[in-house]
Design a protein around this ligand. Structure first.
Ligand SMILES: [Zn+2]
Length: 81
């Protein structure tokens, strides 16, 4: 198997985040700590998904507890508390 995951970068650290000034929580498990990563949107996968109009990086937040992934096509803000 030759998976190429180089287009996805996961940062270390689990923190709180805000999108558009609103605290991000997960609808699935109500958890509010995430791992932040970036995904390059001009990939074959997203072209396949017909999302290649968004030819830039998206923010992805992965729930530290249940693993649910949310995508943000705008900047998100890291919150320390
Ligand atoms: Zn969760």
């Amino acid at each position: 198997m030759n998976y190429n995951r180089s287009h996805i970068k996961i940062e270390l650290g689990r923190d709180y985040y805000q999108a558009y000034g609103i605290n991000v929580t997960y609808t699935h498990c109500q958890y509010d700590k995430f791992e932040h990563g970036y995904a390059q949107l001009n990939t074959a996968l997203l072209s396949f998904l017909n999302l290649d109009f968004a030819n830039r990086s998206a923010n992805i937040l992965t729930c530290h507890r249940c693993g649910y992934v949310q995508w943000f096509n705008k900047d998100i803000k890291r919150v320390h508390r």
